[in-house]
Design a protein around this ligand. Sequence first.
Ligand SMILES: [Zn+2]
Length: 455
Amino acid sequence: MRKIRYVTNQLNTMSHDEIIQYRETKLLNQVKYSYRNSEFYQKKFKEIGVQPQEIRSIDDFRKLPILMDKEQERQSQAESMERFGHPFGMHLCCSPDDVVMTATTSGTTGIPTFTYTLAQHDLNNISSAVSYMMEYGRVSPGDRLLFNHALGIYATSAVLPGIRKAGVLPIDVDVRAGTAAILQYAKLTKPTAAMMTPSLAEHLIQKSPEISGTEVRDLQLSALFTVGEIAIGIPEVKQKIEDAYNCRVYDWIGPLAGTLAFSCDSDEYHGMHCVTPDFDLYPYDLVDPETKKPIDIVDGVIGEAVYSSLDKKAVPMLRMGSGDIVQVLTKECPGCGFKGLRVKVIGRSDDMLIVKGVNVYPAAIKKVINTFIPEVTGEIRIVLEQAPPRVEPPLKVKVEYGYGVDSGRLPYLEEIIKRALSQEVRVNPEIIWCSPGTLEKSLAKTPVFEKNYHA
Ligand SMILES: [Zn+2]
């Protein structure tokens, strides 16, 4: 099994403590830089009554309040538009003339925010990480990579320069061009790798025979990189896609502050490996999604990821609340031996429920229930009698039992599912059995709520 390494070579010979030291120095420099170069951060530090030089360690830093969120980013952007005629926000730390790339996230509501605003230095960092991901996936110079995301102003465009840096030719067919166009370009250009969302990968499995008369395995890809959904983390989804394409799927994530993480070449999914601890503090800073109090980083801990850049010139993030719920794994990867931090995406803080004071994530419930397939279908609903996050116990979960499961077996099945949920998610739910096929199939990879209250 090929071991994943850090992108910056120097880190590969450092001990755990040396890496923390290194990150700490970079963080303190980033704080000073951001303060010196943006009115936004000057104001922020004044508001919280802290001088940047009073922050002497990562621990000091993690005790600061959340300094930025999506709404504040939007306000910061509105202010820079009004005062300086650019949309990059008051937290822009370089001259707008030095911005070489800007991108927004697709699919969010409201005014788009130019979160992915990059100076050349920032783009170089991202590109070296993406290029390493290509190398790890054995996509090498001369190869072609079918790239099917929304192009142009959207964030995934920021990885194209890294693909080129690896000597790989992106065949960038905008996902909005449609399935037939994507398959046609694939046929014409013979890519050896592809990059798309897991749901598009699944969609192509079904559509390829109908549209082009061939199976997706006939594309003969050697690597598929997927991003953006909790899918590959579900063993049967990973298996289904890998079997259909007859190649390894690498699940990757490029969170806001500048990092990159991806999964290793293992049959089993061991989370995304954070290969750039020198670009970003992620995922070394978690808070409780409700109280925003810091959570200690121990193996398996779950919390809201707080983004902070360590090496950004254009728009550094400092303690940005993300709403992204992740699980952090600190032990050596059982698959490849990577020693750094790994993350699994659990869901969004908006989905979080609180049952008897315990934070419960629907995606975590679904994950446990999925381990009982084929005795269950995997389709579930969480029944809410009142507006979340608080739930009057017991939490009610509708679960479809599998096709052909004898009803006499259900009491036993219920007991072992409840035991697993109690151990792994610390919740003791009421299971409501539904016959297979009665719950509408949810397309999203996270479970759907059934709301029995009026908002
Ligand atoms: Zn690994």
